[in-house]
Every structure is written in structure tokens, then in C-alpha cells.
Design a protein around this ligand. Structure first.
Ligand code: HEC
Ligand code: HEC
Ligand code: HEC
Ligand code: HEC
Ligand code: HEC
Length: 496
């Protein structure tokens, strides 16, 4: 069986952990319990387990994105500078991957790489390699053209959770005909003679027009316990957009105005409106890519990444709305209610790495004399959010109820507080304005992708600092950008 050893390999002699292991092994051998038998991975069916990738192996090879870009220059340009293009090079990912390899072993690293650079996992090129040296452009390209367009199917029905997850894609870059390799590319269009200009044939794929294409990678589970860690697909599926046939593509593969229309009116974009932006919330990587490209003299990529930054900011600013109202007891204002509405995110807000992302309320209020009566959610110079702030996120914990951010350790959560699509949450602040006149409230919803401390910690785990500097053009991780998603100022009567 292809399981990750639960023991911390750095410290194999830890007596407490060893004792636990012996007891568990004993119980296993008695057959009294087994680790969630219904969640077992069929390792014959999934040869890359714990990654659930599959490969239709023939002599047809994968193609690097620059080659696809020769005939599809617009798609190439749109995809470049996107997080899919960065999925393997991302220094935060590389830092965490390095730790995964050390603490949980190579199997776990393969799980990670099965989503962050799938083609290089099935070809065997990437095997938990600790740096970028000697890797092909295809491996470096992460979630590249030929990953998505070689997807023939997914095996969601056969995964431990019976839905797409942990990379459950079938990659089929081509087939063999009369001993010759023939490339096949799967896409949304009906094929016609000459589609693919003799370089590839075209195959129409319904899967490419639905969220199920994205689901296998945007549902991340702890491979050992099968705890859901990132559940963007599930959140979408349970929400209003899936029932109105608004798929991931209809918000993430279109420009900002079209995304807003999809979200507000549930109107599907026409096929010609789709773009390969895959724009999300990773402002740090867009800005680091822009800076590194600028330093390397690649003006086009720098401009491209800056545009993605602007787009991501606009997306975050469109996602939520705030409503402030008063709660009165015996005619006196005693509570301030701030409602946070998820108006345009197709999944929970925030989503995916919710145990690392931070979305929080900054609220200040002053009474009739100008005296501050509430101040919460401010950030200091070193990037620390003041204690007691209302943060929308999740907090993971390991088997011993200990806080953890690592996907191979997290087994449960001590907190899960995110806002469903078209849903809302109300936060209540108690006050005592003592009859001095109207109360002025300023509320802001703030977002950043990680706390400064966590981002710096992960970046510091990158195995080769000199290479990191060369690749990203910085010695130290810059400050994580904070985006004001929305804000409002409201004046409430202190008595009614
Ligand atoms: C099922 C697919 C999948 C697997 C398996 C997976 N990831 Fe990811 N990972 C993602 C996706 C999708 C995102 C992007 C989520 C987002 O940005 O909101 C991501 C984002 C990340 C990020 C955040 C990067 C940033 O710049 O903020 C880190 C770090 C990361 N993954 C590390 C890992 C490690 C380490 C493993 C293995 C233990 C792993 N991932 C396994 C799909 C996966
Ligand atoms: C994350 C997955 C993904 C990646 C990576 C990706 N695509 Fe696509 N692509 C799609 C999807 C989904 C569609 C269908 C969108 C729609 O419904 O129209 C599509 C559509 C297309 C089409 C046909 C539609 C048209 O408008 O002509 C072409 C050609 C294409 N992609 C080429 C590329 C190239 C070239 C790259 C790399 C530079 C690339 N794709 C990267 C998912 C992807
Ligand atoms: C020699 C030129 C050429 C190269 C190289 C090329 N394509 Fe195409 N491809 C075409 C043409 C022409 C079409 C027809 C439609 C169009 O222009 O978008 C097409 C169509 C497609 C479609 C639409 C298929 C459908 O049925 O929806 C996809 C997807 C696609 N290509 C992906 C790729 C990918 C991925 C690569 C790299 C592995 C690639 N192409 C390399 C010329 C090329
Ligand atoms: C082969 C796996 C894979 C597939 C398929 C895939 N993604 Fe991703 N996606 C990733 C990974 C990995 C990342 C994160 C890279 C990182 O942060 O380092 C990502 C990042 C993203 C981001 C950016 C997140 C951010 O924080 O900025 C968006 C948006 C996104 N994907 C949307 C989609 C959509 C829409 C589809 C389907 C059309 C899709 N993805 C299909 C693996 C995949
Ligand atoms: C109705 C529009 C809409 C749909 C549908 C939608 N999204 Fe999003 N998505 C957004 C908005 C708005 C944001 C920015 C706010 C946020 O981070 O949640 C976002 C953010 C993201 C992020 C970045 C989260 C982060 O913190 O890094 C990822 C990854 C993502 N979406 C993937 C998906 C996937 C996969 C699907 C389909 C299962 C999907 N989205 C469907 C609107 C949408």
C-alpha cells in the first residue's frame, strides 16, 4: 500500500509518537479498526497515488506551452503570468513542498506535484526534485496548455470521496495510429477538417465547459485521513451558481465586466467571450512576477503580470458588500451590526486555502463627542492584525488538536467561518455611547492572501536562496498586499 508514514521522519525516535505507532500497528494487526476503510485509495487503479492522476500512455508526448503558443498566441499571452503558469515556480509553494518532502516523504510530494505540475509527474520527470535545475519547460510550466487540453476524462466516481479530487484527471495527449503518434486536443468546439493544422486533431469535450474540469485540482484532501482541506468545487456545487449553470469558466475565463454580469444576472458568456486569465487573488505572485520580469528586461511579461494584478484587485473589490445597522435596547443604541455579503464569489468567501487566507473586518466607531468607542481589525507596520479582530477563515488542527497549516497534518478544524455564495454573516459589536449624540461607524472589509509571518516562514523554506533571488528578483519577501474589498461609513442615532 502506498501510504504516507505518519511518523515525523525528522525525529523517528520520538518515544511518544513511536508508542502511538506501535499501538496503532497492533490494532491494525488485530483488524479491530482500520483507517477509514471506505476512504481507501485503489492503488492499482491509481498508479501515482496519493495523487489520483492517470495517464493514457502512448508514444504521443506532451507539448510545452510555447509550441502551442505559436498557433494560439492570444491564449498563450492570456495564460502567461496567470497562477496556472506559476503553479510550479511559485516560491511559497516550493517552500511548503520542500517541508512536505522532509516531513512526510516523497509520496506526499507527488500528491502536491500531481496538481502543481501534472504532466511532469506522469512522465516521471519530477520526483520531488528539490530545485529547478535541469527541468524541461513543460515541467516548469505547471498547469500548462497541454495539461488541460489532454484531459480526456476524470475519475470522480472512483475516488475515495466519489467526486473529483486530488488530481483525478485522465491525461491523454494523443493516440497511436498505425504506429504513428497523433496528438489529440480536447476543447469546447465541434471539430472540423483541418482543425489543429496537422499538428493535432480536435476532440469536442463537454467536460471543458463545466466546473468538473477544474474540480479535480480545486478539491484538495489530506491523502492519509481524507479530510477535505480546500473545497472550492464543493462550495460552488452547493451554491446558487451551480443551480443556475454558471460554471467556474464563466467567472474565471472572462474579463472583469463579463464576470460581474455572470455573477449578477446568471447570464452565461457566449463562447467567444472566454479568455485564459484564470485570475484569482494571488496579488503577491503577480507583483513578484512583474518585478522579476522587469529586472530581466521582459517588458511584455511585466506588463502582463501587472494587468493580472489589477484584474485580481478588481475581482476582490467586486466580491463583497457591507451593510451597517443599529441594535437598540429600550430606545438606546447598544449594538452595531455589520453584515458581510458574498455577492459575487461563486464559492465561499474566502475560498480554497482558507486556513492561510485572511479576510477581516476593520471597524472604527466614534460617539457624538468624537471619542473612539470601537477600534478593531487595524494592522501594524509589521503586518500584524490587532488581537480580537473578526477574521473570516478556517483554522486547521492535527490529530492532537494542535494548530497546523500543513496539508499533510491537518485532520480537523477548530474553526470554519467562511461565507457561502450569495450568503451573508452578521457580526455584532456591543457599545455604550452614553447619550452623547449620533455614532459614526466606518467599516472596511480587508483581504490578504496570508499573514506576513506565515508567508515569510514558507518562503524561507525554499531550498536554494540564491536561486530564489535569481528567479523572483528579490532577497526578501515583500510586504503582502492588503486589499480593501469594500467599505462604508454610516451615522446612527444613539437614541430612538
Ligand atoms: C488537488 C490538487 C492539489 C494538491 C494535491 C495540492 N495542491 Fe497546493 N494548491 C492547489 C490549488 C488549486 C491552489 C490554489 C488555491 C488558491 O490560490 O486559492 C494551491 C495552492 C497552494 C499554495 C499557496 C500558494 C500561494 O502562493 O499562495 C501552497 C503553498 C500549496 N498549494 C502547497 C501544496 C503542497 C505542499 C501540497 C502537497 C502537500 C499541495 N499544495 C497539494 C491544488 C493542490
Ligand atoms: C486550466 C485549464 C486550461 C489551461 C491551462 C489552458 N486552457 Fe485552453 N481552454 C480551457 C477551457 C476550459 C476552454 C473552454 C472555454 C470555453 O468554454 O469556451 C479552453 C479553450 C481553448 C481553446 C478553444 C477555444 C477558442 O476560443 O478557440 C483553445 C484553442 C485553447 N483553449 C488553447 C489553449 C492554449 C494554447 C493554452 C496554453 C497557453 C491553454 N489553452 C491553456 C482550459 C485551459
Ligand atoms: C500548427 C498550429 C497549431 C499548434 C502548434 C497547436 N494548435 Fe491547437 N489548433 C490549431 C488550429 C488551427 C485550431 C482550430 C481552431 C482555432 O484556430 O482555435 C486549433 C484548435 C485547438 C483547440 C480547440 C479544440 C476543440 O475542439 O475545441 C484546442 C483546445 C487546441 N487547439 C489546443 C492546443 C494545444 C494545447 C496545443 C499545444 C499542445 C496546440 N493547440 C497547438 C492549430 C494549432
Ligand atoms: C491540473 C490541476 C488544475 C486544473 C485542472 C485547474 N487548476 Fe486552477 N490552479 C491549480 C493550481 C495548482 C493553482 C495554484 C497555483 C499556486 O498558487 O501556486 C491554481 C490556481 C487557480 C486560480 C488562481 C488562484 C489565485 O489565488 O490567484 C484560479 C482562479 C483557478 N486556478 C481557476 C481554475 C479554473 C476556473 C479551472 C478550470 C477551468 C482550473 N483552475 C483548473 C490547479 C489546477
Ligand atoms: C460567480 C462568479 C464565480 C464563479 C462561478 C467562481 N468563482 Fe472563483 N472567484 C470569484 C471571485 C469574485 C473571487 C475573488 C474572491 C475570493 O477570493 O473568493 C474568486 C476567487 C477564486 C480563487 C482564489 C481564491 C484565493 O483566495 O486565492 C480560486 C482558486 C477560484 N476562485 C476558483 C474557482 C473555481 C475552481 C470555481 C468553480 C468550481 C470558481 N472559482 C467559480 C468568482 C467566481
Amino acid at each position: 500500500m502506498n501510504r504516507t508514514n505518519p511518523i515525523n521522519r525528522r525525529n523517528p525516535m520520538n518515544p511518544i509518537k513511536m508508542a502511538g505507532f506501535v499501538v496503532t500497528a497492533f490494532i491494525f494487526s488485530l483488524g479491530l479498526v482500520s483507517a477509514a476503510p471506505h476512504m481507501k485509495t485503489d492503488t492499482d487503479f491509481y498508479p501515482y497515488a496519493p495523487s489520483l492522476l492517470k495517464w493514457d500512455k502512448t508514444t504521443a508526448e506532451f507539448t510545452d506551452p510555447a509550441t502551442c503558443g505559436e498557433c494560439h498566441p492570444e491564449k498563450y499571452e492570456e495564460w502567461q503570468g496567470s497562477m496556472h503558469a506559476m503553479a510550479f515556480k511559485d516560491p511559497i509553494y516550493q517552500g511548503e513542498l520542500n517541508l512536505a518532502r522532509e516531513e512526510a516523504g516523497h509520496d506526499t510530494a507527488r500528491l502536491c506535484e500531481g496538481c502543481h505540475t501534472p504532466a511532469a509527474v506522469v512522465t516521471g520527470e519530477v520526483k520531488g526534485t528539490p530545485d529547478f535545475k535541469g527541468l524541461s519547460p513543460l515541467a516548469m510550466a505547471g498547469v500548462s496548455c497541454d495539461v488541460c487540453h489532454s484531459v480526456k476524462d476524470h475519475t470522480g466516481w472512483q475516488t475515495p470521496y466519489h467526486q473529483p479530487e486530488n488530481g483525478s484527471l485522465v491525461l491523454s495527449p494523443g493516440r497511436e495510429e498505425d504506429g504513428e503518434a497523433m496528438l489529440t486536443k480536447y476543447g469546447p468546439m465541434e471539430p472540423y477538417d483541418g482543425c489543429g493544422d496537422d499538428f493535432h486533431t480536435c476532440v469536442q469535450s463537454k467536460l471543458h465547459t463545466t466546473s468538473e474540469l477544474c474540480a479535480s485540482c480545486h478539491q484538495v484532501f489530506n491523502a492519509r485521513t481524507h479530510t477535505p482541506l480546500e473545497a472550492t468545487y464543493q462550495e460552488w456545487k452547493e451554491g446558487a451558481y451551480s443551480t443556475h449553470d454558471i460554471q467556474c469558466q464563466d467567472c474565471h475565463m472572462v474579463d472583469t465586466a463579463t464576470f460581474k454580469r455572470s455573477a449578477d444576472q446568471f447570464v452565461k458568456p457566449a463562447s467567444g467571450e472566454h479568455r485564459h486569465y484564470f485570475n484569482g487573488a494571488n496579488l503577491l505572485l503577480y507583483s513578484m512576477t512583474a518585478n522579476a520580469a522587469q529586472k530581466a528586461g521582459n517588458e511584455a511579461l511585466a506588463a502582463n503580470a501587472r494587468e493580472k494584478y489589477t484584474m485580481a484587485e478588481a475581482r476582490l473589490k467586486a466580491a463583497a458588500e457591507l451593510e451597517v445597522s443599529g441594535g437598540y435596547t429600550n430606545g438606546r443604541l447598544t449594538e452595531i451590526h455589520v453584515r458581510v455579503k458574498n455577492v459575487r464569489a461563486g464559492h465561499n468567501l474566502p475560498t480554497s486555502l482558507t486556513n492561510i487566507r485572511e479576510m477581516w473586518l476593520e471597524v472604527t466607531a466614534s460617539d457624538g463627542t468624537g471619542k473612539t468607542i470601537i477600534s478593531t481589525g487595524t494592522v501594524d507596520d509589521r503586518g500584524k492584525i490587532a488581537d480580537g479582530a473578526k477574521i473570516f477563515n478556517t483554522m486547521g488542527q492535527d490529530a492532537n488538536f494542535k494548530f497546523s497549516i500543513h496539508p499533510w497534518e491537518i485532520e480537523t478544524f477548530s474553526k470554519k467561518e467562511t461565507i457561502p455564495p450569495k450568503g451573508s454573516r452578521v457580526v455584532v459589536y456591543g457599545i455604550n455611547p452614553e447619550g452623547t449624540g449620533p455614532v459614526t461607524i466606518h467599516a472596511r472589509l480587508q483581504f490578504r492572501q496570508a499573514s506576513q509571518a506565515i508567508a515569510e516562514k514558507l518562503y524561507s523554506l525554499f531550498p536554494d536562496p540564491a536561486l530564489a533571488e535569481k528567479t523572483y528578483g528579490v532577497k526578501q519577501l515583500p510586504m503582502i498586499p492588503v486589499v480593501e474589498m469594500t467599505s462604508t461609513t454610516v451615522v446612527l442615532k444613539d437614541q430612538i
